[in-house]
Design a binder for this molecule. Structure first.
Ligand SMILES: [Zn+2]
Length: 371
């Protein structure tokens, strides 16, 4: 148990100790971040992502890992005659990078005395939070859009979550989840989109990359960007090791690219009129932590990349043809890397890491339709 850190708001001067869970600023409703974690020196001998627990909001579980989270392979791949490393977070326990955030957030909430968690998601976050709620002994309710495909909810239901469909917009689903959590004194809104402790778990993907590259940061890191936790997590992870900061590239589908739009006009992120894309995991018209996302891109001297679905499918076929099982959203980073390589934005000596965020088994019907 470690709660001697603080929540701090990105927009105002709100700050509060970390022993009481809170998911957004009570003064201005802004996104929070975690402040005051101990400095990271070197990984411990613990298993999986708990090797980095010195720089996490909670200490390692007594029995090693919870479900085997962390420790995913970093493998060399060659595409378009250019070598890069692929970080296979598709191989985490429920098949997506969100297990990193879910393991740390569920563990933290359990230790803080929460009994029930409420989430809203129709995809990978629901599967991850439901699995870690089950493993940590928390009851879990998942609010989903009534239109969500039943196949995407199987993992959450199998883990024992109570799945409740909500008619209306995606925002209505979020509102229903927040209202349910607020009405129950023993429940907490365990949002992957808002909760800063979730991002602290996700940052371990960058710490692993750093260790796997012999305690060096790569020069460029390409990661899919929807709600932004993989990108902001990477920024916080590389900041924690006090190594050099790689250029961080936020990779979005053309049909839903609010971050890329803000980047191109050197402005702030606003709502995006989204269209259809096979990269479902990044269909987020307005991310909940816009300032953190733009800060990660700007402070790392990175950029935002837009990928159209045809190019994403071409890239997916290359990866599948090499034997990698990756869902469409999870290949946005590799597609953006290919675009940057073609545009001459990558130096000969640059070390490149692409983040494969989700397993192909997550999207079997979509992949079947593309073959
Ligand atoms: Zn605030």
């Amino acid at each position: 148990m470690r709660m001697n850190w603080r929540y701090a708001c990105n927009n105002c001067d709100f700050s509060r100790p970390g022993d009481q869970p809170i998911w957004r600023c009570p003064n201005c409703s802004g996104a929070l971040h975690v402040e005051g974690l101990p400095a990271f020196r070197s990984p411990s001998s613990a298993a999986g992502l708990w090797r980095y627990s010195a720089t996490l909001p909670i200490e390692a579980p007594v029995h090693g890992t919870i479900l085997g989270e962390g420790g995913t392979p970093l493998v060399p791949v060659e595409i378009d005659d250019r070598l890069f490393h692929l970080k296979l977070d598709s191989l985490l326990p429920t098949g997506s990078f969100k297990d990193r955030g879910a393991a740390v957030l569920a563990g933290y909430l359990k230790q803080a005395g929460v009994r029930r968690i409420v989430v809203d998601s129709s995809g990978n976050a629901a599967a991850a939070m439901a699995a870690y709620a089950a493993a940590c002994g928390l009851e879990c309710t998942v609010f989903v859009p009534a239109s969500a495909s039943p196949g995407k909810l199987v993992q959450a239901r199998a883990a024992g979550a109570n799945v409740l469909p909500v008619e209306g917009s995606r925002e209505d689903v979020t509102n229903a989840a927040q209202a349910a959590a607020a009405a129950d004194p023993e429940a907490d809104y365990a949002s992957h989109n808002f909760h800063p402790v979730f991002v602290e778990g996700v940052k371990t993907w960058a710490l692993e990359v750093w260790e796997q590259l012999d305690e060096r940061s790569p020069d460029l890191v390409f990661t899919p960007c929807g709600g932004g936790s993989a990108l902001v997590g990477a920024y916080r992870g590389f900041l924690a090791v006090e190594s050099s900061m790689p250029r961080l590239i936020a990779c979005q589908p053309a049909a839903c690219a609010p971050v890329a739009k803000a980047w191109e006009c050197d402005g702030e992120i606003g709502p995006f009129a989204q269209g259809d894309t096979i990269a479902e995991g990044t269909r987020i018209a307005m991310p909940s932590r816009p300032r953190q996302i733009m800060n990660a891109i700007r402070e790392s001297n990175g950029w935002a990349s837009v990928i159209d679905d045809d190019f994403l499918v071409e890239t997916l076929r290359m990866l599948w043809g090499k034997g990698f099982s990756i869902e469409p959203t999870g290949a946005l980073g590799v597609a953006a890397f290919r675009l940057a390589n073609r545009a001459g934005k990558i130096g000969d000596e640059d070390s490149v890491v692409c983040h494969a965020t989700g397993h192909g088994l997550k999207a079997t019907p979509t992949i079947a339709s593309l073959l």
